[in-house]
Design a protein around this ligand. Structure first.
Ligand SMILES: [Zn+2]
Length: 331
């Protein structure tokens, strides 16, 4: 489901599954979208998207959630100006200690929240008529999900069951990732309805565990890597390459998504701040993976087939899964 309506999954082509063109970090209760300088943003963002297209990208998933600057009309304008297929999202982002949650998130039940998100999918966002193509939630990286964040994953699961939208969950570490998979599994979903976003916060054994259960592993900080080894720093390019190679060696490449998490025209910063380009995958990562024996078929798997598999609208129900033991995997 793109901002210009539904397309066939086979039309997605090469896809960047986790990027941001525009953000507003003011906070849910003080944010005012009338202050957004969309014209300035458009001018800054457009050349970066054209470069993406020159690298072969056909579909661009904008992961900026509601109340952090989700800007469907700007996305539609960028889509119409470039021919890129844009996707936006529904859902609420609870990470950063709930600063980006609207008041209703605290009062309403999971079912009530899911009704709001399902309505966006069916009727469009606000009065724009633009429909979300996935669910974006955010939870803190704590070892145990707070009741508020458990409510968000439950609302997302209920929304999935009615819409077939995939759940993209800003998570980070393994413990809250595993808890979310256990919750949605108990609710009757198959783990393939869920994406472990910022899985670079976990280790390879943890990636293997949730990939074997069927979840999508999203290594999505590649816009911020530097090519020099910084001893296991999460922005270390070599660490990403090791994690990607590991999943291929385990036969789990079909569960992996890669992206930059780049862009970030930021409201309130002069000129939108420093805009991170969407090119490291092509300029830094692919050449290193080629040295590790990756073929064109592998790159098609990562950039074409897996995004298509992850984000085709379909309700994914599964038998009740057996929760895995945390102590076996965490060190
Ligand atoms: Zn992001």
């Amino acid at each position: 489901m793109t901002v210009n309506g539904p397309i066939q999954p086979s039309e997605m082509g090469s896809t960047l599954v986790h990027e941001h063109v525009f953000l507003d970090w003011t906070g849910a209760e003080r944010m005012n979208s009338r202050l957004w300088k969309n014209e300035d943003a458009f001018k800054v963002i457009l050349p970066h998207l054209k470069k993406c297209q020159a690298l072969g990208i056909k579909t661009f998933m904008d992961c900026t959630p509601n109340f952090i600057g989700r800007n469907p009309l700007l996305l539609k304008r960028l889509a119409d100006s470039t021919g890129l297929q844009f996707m936006t999202n529904t859902g609420y982002y609870g990470a950063v200690n709930n600063k980006y949650l609207p008041a209703i998130a605290f009062k309403a039940s999971a079912r009530h929240l899911s009704r709001i998100w399902i309505r966006e999918f069916r009727k469009g966002i606000g009065k724009t008529g633009i429909r979300p193509g996935f669910i974006k939630i955010g939870v803190n990286g704590d070892s145990t999900l707070s009741p508020m964040h458990e409510k968000l994953i439950r609302a997302a699961a209920l929304t999935h069951l009615k819409t077939g939208l995939t759940i993209v969950a800003h998570t980070g570490p393994y413990a809250p990732a595993r808890q979310q998979v256990n919750i949605i599994t108990e609710m009757g979903l198959h783990p393939s309805a869920w994406v472990w976003t910022h899985a670079q916060g976990g280790n390879s054994a943890e990636h293997e565990d949730l990939a074997r259960r069927g979840a999508w592993i999203s290594l999505d900080g590649l816009g911020w890597v530097h090519p020099i080894d910084h001893n296991g720093d999460s922005t270390d390019l070599k660490k990403y390459v090791r994690q990607i190679v590991f999943l291929k060696q385990k036969g789990l490449l079909q569960h992996l998504l890669i992206s930059h998490d780049a862009g970030w025209f930021t409201h309130g910063m002069p000129g939108g701040g420093k805009f991170m380009p969407f090119s490291n995958i092509f300029e830094l990562v692919i050449p290193l993976l080629k040295k590790e024996g990756f073929s064109q078929e592998d790159f098609d798997q990562l950039l074409v087939k897996n995004p298509q598999g992850a984000f085709t609208l379909s309700v994914r129900k599964g038998r009740k899964g057996k929760p895995t033991s945390l102590t076996n995997l965490t060190r």
